[in-house]
Ligand binder design. Structure first.
Ligand SMILES: Cc1ncc(C[n+]2csc(CCOP(=O)(O)OP(=O)(O)O)c2C)c(N)n1
Ligand SMILES: [Mg+2]
Length: 329
């Protein structure tokens, strides 16, 4: 793996820490809300994987587009989505991003280039490739990014997407969050190869980084994004990380060794970032201040979401059918 730690500007590292802390705080709150039955549907938490979306998004432009997957809270928050509307959506409220109809796996905001979370494994890849094609045809200079898990590597649509992106030299960055698990199955039990060799098979440039080291992720992403933006074709960025929680909240994880969970918990990207910040001269008090401010921001979003009106039953069929068209007789 390439791109080890510093030198890295301390103020930038503090920004990355803030970003990761926001994702962590939001998801810890979601976990509690889910346990209380306040969140309809399933949620999949990315606790322990925050360095990937935050590191990558830190080198994107606002107009770059992003396609996500089922474990997508970090992608949405790192892309800069409004936290109030995010929580409103997760709680199924009318003023949420999808008017409370989508929930965790459908958060989207076209204005910020967030093309959507996605419950279908691998389905974000062709969306990003299509978006990249649009960027190329329009000559916008923007790029598309897609986050997907190692489980998507076994999906046919991933190969179609990578092949076409490479063939047409599209401005797309493929970010594989390789956490070693696909639902209840370890990676080695469902893959005969690995992402680096897959990329090589398509002639695609690829890098592998420690996905729990936010500096490494941001550094590798900056290089990959520069290549993609310069029109030199797609890149694959493989970020090796760990899934701390179950596949979904409430997953008893009977299929998983307790040692694996403990190891994942110990390899915490936020704790690693805090150590680096302290080594760089940031005080513990400054770090605590970030935590307090972040908790207050999330508190405010949760309060707003709880108070928000639910969708009206009268609107049940809105956005389901298009309005009837006048037919000329
Ligand atoms: C096409 C499809 N097949 C199966 C599923 C069921 N499923 C949901 S998430 C998941 C595993 C995804 O693993 P990975 O892509 O590695 O992401 P992670 O959960 O590890 O973040 C599966 C098999 C699905 N949603 N879509
Ligand atoms: Mg996985």
């Amino acid at each position: 793996m390439s791109h080890t730690l510093a030198p890295f500007a301390t103020d930038r590292l503090l920004e990355l820490y803030r970003g990761m802390r926001l994702v962590r705080e939001a998801e810890e709150r979601l976990s509690a809300l889910f346990a209380e039955g306040e969140i309809p549907g399933f949620i999949h938490l990315s606790i322990g994987q925050e360095a990937v979306p935050v590191g990558v998004a830190s080198v994107l432009d606002e107009a770059d587009t992003l396609a996500s997957n089922h474990r997508g809270h970090g992608h949405a928050i790192a892309k800069g989505l409004d936290l109030d509307r995010f929580f409103l959506e997760l709680l199924g409220k009318q003023d949420g991003y999808c008017r409370g109809r989508g929930g965790s796996m459908h958060v989207a905001d076209m204005k910020l280039g967030m093309l959507g979370a996605n419950g279908i494994v691998g389905a974000g890849l062709p969306i990003a490739v299509g978006s990249a094609l649009a960027h190329k045809i329009r000559g916008t200079g923007h790029i598309a990014v897609v986050f997907f898990g190692d489980g998507a590597l076994a999906e046919g649509v991933l190969h179609e997407s990578m092949n076409l992106a490479q063939l047409w030299s599209l401005p797309v960055l493929f970010v594989c969050e390789n956490n070693g698990w696909s639902e209840f199955t370890e990676g080695a039990r469902q893959l005969t190869t690995d992402p680096q060799r897959m990329a090589a098979a398509y002639g695609m440039k690829a890098t592998k980084v420690d996905g729990n080291d936010v500096i490494a992720v941001a550094g590798a992403a900056r290089e990959a994004v520069a290549t993609v933006r310069a029109g030199k074709g797609p890149c694959l960025l493989e970020c090796v990380t760990r899934r701390v929680r179950g596949h979904f909240e409430g997953d008893p994880q009977k299929y998983r060794d307790a040692g694996d969970v403990a190891a994942a918990t110990r390899d915490d990207p936020l704790a690693r970032c805090e150590s680096q910040l302290i080594a760089d001269g940031i005080s513990q008090a400054d770090i605590e201040a970030v935590k307090t401010a972040t908790a207050a921001r999330v508190d405010a979003a949760v309060a707003k979401a709880r108070a928000g009106p639910p969708p009206s039953p009268a609107d049940t069929l809105a956005d389901v059918y298009s309005p009837p068209r006048e037919v000329a007789t």
